[in-house]
Design a protein around this ligand. Structure first.
Ligand code: HEM
Ligand code: HEM
Length: 188
């Protein structure tokens, strides 16, 4: 059994759940976002917008819980063999990813609200339509949302490059300690 809480050596099951559920939601949201904005106006397009907003709000809720959990748990230590700049880079990418996890849903919600659209959560109306449309608010939020997605692609690339380097080149426990399978960490 994997413990619920993190230890200095590995992530616990709750942190793993948050990490993988949010990673999956990011994938779904990016695919939905790019598909829906590319479609001609139609019922299907607006249904995908609704789905994108609902998944985005689900993610926002998970992110709030995840950040709370992050601050009430030890964070597994990075391998001692890493150089100072490598530790700095790993922390910077993680902080950047947390930033993007917050900025994307916030800008998405503001974009919809300022544009005078409703924000539904699987059919449940969370925010009523804004009585007054703000074109400036909408275009700033949209810009943040779109450029935010580009920043995400860059950070995600660095994140995966780091994971690959740790697992295949340095052959340490970095990937294993985030996986619910292959529980046995390699002891050197
Ligand atoms: C982490 C969460 C999210 C991610 C990764 C994400 C990602 C994306 C992407 C990649 C696009 C396409 C951008 C483009 O045109 O290149 C998009 C568009 C959009 N997203 Fe999100 N999104 C997220 C959350 C949300 C939320 C919570 C809402 C609203 C409640 C939202 C509302 C929208 C809207 C309205 C558009 C269309 C903008 C337009 O009209 O061009 N998004 N999103
Ligand atoms: C296939 C995709 C992914 C893989 C293989 C992966 C793998 C990992 C691994 C192995 C760790 C542990 C690093 C360590 O022990 O220091 C980690 C941590 C982390 N990952 Fe991912 N990840 C993926 C997707 C994502 C995505 C999409 C996000 C954000 C949107 C993300 C955000 C993070 C963050 C913030 C941490 C640090 C966790 C903490 O200490 O609080 N990951 N990831």
């Amino acid at each position: 059994m994997i413990p619920l809480y993190n230890t200095d050596e590995r992530y616990g099951s709750v942190a793993m759940f948050f990490h993988w559920a949010i990673a999956l939601l990011f994938l779904i949201l990016v695919v939905l976002g790019l598909t829906m904005t590319d479609m001609e106006d139609s019922n299907e397009k607006w249904q995908l917008y609704s789905l994108h907003k609902s998944f985005g709000l689900t993610l926002a809720l998970l992110v709030i819980l995840r950040i709370f959990w992050r601050f009430t748990n030890p964070v597994p230590l990075l391998p001692e063999t890493l150089k100072a700049y490598e530790k700095f880079l790993a922390h910077a990418v993680h902080i950047g990813l947390y930033g993007i996890m917050l900025i994307m849903p916030i800008s998405g919600i503001i974009d919809s609200y300022a544009g005078g659209y409703k924000v539904d959560f699987f059919g449940l109306s969370l925010l009523p339509k804004s009585p007054k449309r703000s074109e400036l608010g909408e275009s700033i939020a949209l810009m943040v949302h779109v450029y935010g997605s580009y920043v995400f692609y860059g950070l995600f690339f660095l994140h995966i490059a780091g994971v690959i380097k740790h697992h295949f080149i340095l052959k340490d426990n970095t990937l294993r300690r985030m996986l619910p399978i292959a529980l046995r960490l390699k002891i050197k």
